[in-house]
Design a protein around this ligand. Structure first.
Ligand code: T4K
Length: 371
């Protein structure tokens, strides 16, 4: 029957319901639903342990996590970022009261190019917000040297990065701060959710207050925070998912490898190789449609849709070409040639742990047939 079912770019994984029920019973009996309940605390501690970091602050989603993390930048300063991302990356800069400045990506890594970022630095630059796009590492060495040389905050949008390692170190542990997403579409989900990763307890305490309206205790409010807390329900889902993640990543790896094998013989479809040193989480499977392919990227996207294969053009349009940002001087296409080119060619194919071989072949056979 799989031949007639729609295929989507992703499909959330869920742990067995039986694993969750005892935790739900605990919530029901305690009636602690949010504001730092025991499951929230346990999930936070487990993540800090797994990532080998001293501070994890759970949040209700990565968008709010980014806004709170960006509060570390000087108020009103400029933040250099990649336009090749989900729109939340740049929106977060604006919501934090800062000014986004776009710099181009490296066409190979599809992440912020440190050289382009260096050219964008002004006396008013306060931070850099690069994105580990598709869970592929930014040039963490180059960006960290740049941030250190100019005394800038380095905050990674690591929304895609959970489960990925860079030369043996969790990708989410780089930078001054990193922000993970546990949205339904991510390799691990808490339905909605996220986490800010930091490296000292003082920063964690400040983030913990910020996500709770700046409240420190019953009588003390230290900062202008907001409500970005993760609920006990989401924390319960996260806790029971953690033991399954390794096995889900293995299954994703198989899907990735099979795509690469089957698409190797399709002219005009390029599968960007995984970078050296990356132990990938296989969060996305981007392909680049080249001029040798008989269909344009958009024609291919539409032809696949007609067959019930819902690929996504992550990340087209570029954020720099969207209405709220296209007027910015740094949004000019001449400033962002690589980002514009990649955004015009990219297509993300369905990838998730239980994507069957038959369904995967439906995708690759269609690409071969149209080609
Ligand atoms: N930074 C980056 C780099 C990001 O990519 C994101 C989010 C963020 C920051 C912000 O993180 P959060 O604040 O969300 O934690 C989706 C997600 O909503 C978004 O979280 C994600 N990035 C972005 C890349 O993708 P859409 O608008 O493409 O989602 P949607 O609803 O079209 O879902 C895609 C497909 O997934 C659907 O066709 C079917 C499947 N799906 C989706 C959901 C929600 C399911 O099967 N079940 C589901 O529950 O944005």
């Amino acid at each position: 029957m799989s031949g007639i079912e729609n295929l989507y770019v992703t499909r959330p994984m869920l742990p067995p319901l039986a694993d969750l029920l005892p935790l739900l019973e605990g919530i029901w009996s305690r009636r602690v639903l949010t504001n730092g309940g025991p499951l929230h605390e346990a999930f936070e501690a487990q993540l800090a342990d797994d990532l080998g970091v001293s501070g994890v602050s759970l949040v209700s989603n990565a968008t709010l996590g980014l806004i709170l993390a960006l509060r570390q930048c000087t108020p009103g300063s400029q933040v250099i970022t990649s336009p090749f991302s989900f729109v939340a990356t740049t929106h977060a800069i604006r919501w934090a009261g800062l000014e986004p400045v776009f710099a181009d990506i490296d066409p190979q890594t599809m992440t912020l190019d440190p050289i382009a970022a260096a050219h964008a630095i002004t006396p008013n630059t306060g931070g850099i917000l690069p994105v580990h796009c598709y869970g592929r590492p930014c040039d963490v060495t180059g960006l960290s040297a740049l941030a250190a040389a100019h005394d800038l905050r380095l905050i990674y949008d690591a929304a895609h990065a959970f489960g990925a390692q860079h030369f043996g170190r969790p990708l989410a542990s780089f930078g001054d701060l990193s922000v993970l997403s546990f949205h339904a579409t991510k390799v691990m989900n808490t339905f909605e959710g996220g986490a800010i990763i930091c490296h000292d307890l003082e920063t964690k305490r400040s983030l913990d207050a910020l996500r709770n309206n700046g409240i420190v205790d019953e009588v003390e409010v230290t900062e202008i925070g907001l409500n970005a807390k993760m609920s006990e329900l989401s924390a319960a889902v996260g806790l029971v998912e953690l033991p399954y993640v390794r096995c889900w990543l293995e299954a994703r790896k198989q899907v990735d490898q099979t795509y690469r094998e089957l698409l190797a013989s399709v002219p005009g479809i390029d599968c960007p190789p995984l970078p050296d040193g990356l132990d990938s989480n296989f969060a996305y499977f981007p392909i680049l449609v080249s001029a040798d392919y008989p269909l344009s990227r958009d024609e291919l996207y539409l032809r696949l849709r007609r067959r019930g294969i819902y690929t996504r053009r992550y990340f087209f349009p570029l954020i720099s070409n969207m209405a709220p940002y296209k007027h910015l001087p740094s949004a000019a296409p001449e400033n962002l040639p690589h980002a514009n080119e990649v955004a015009a060619r990219v297509l993300c194919l369905p990838i998730y742990p239980d994507l069957s071989l038959d369904d995967l072949r439906r995708v690759t056979d269609s690409l071969a047939e149209f080609g």
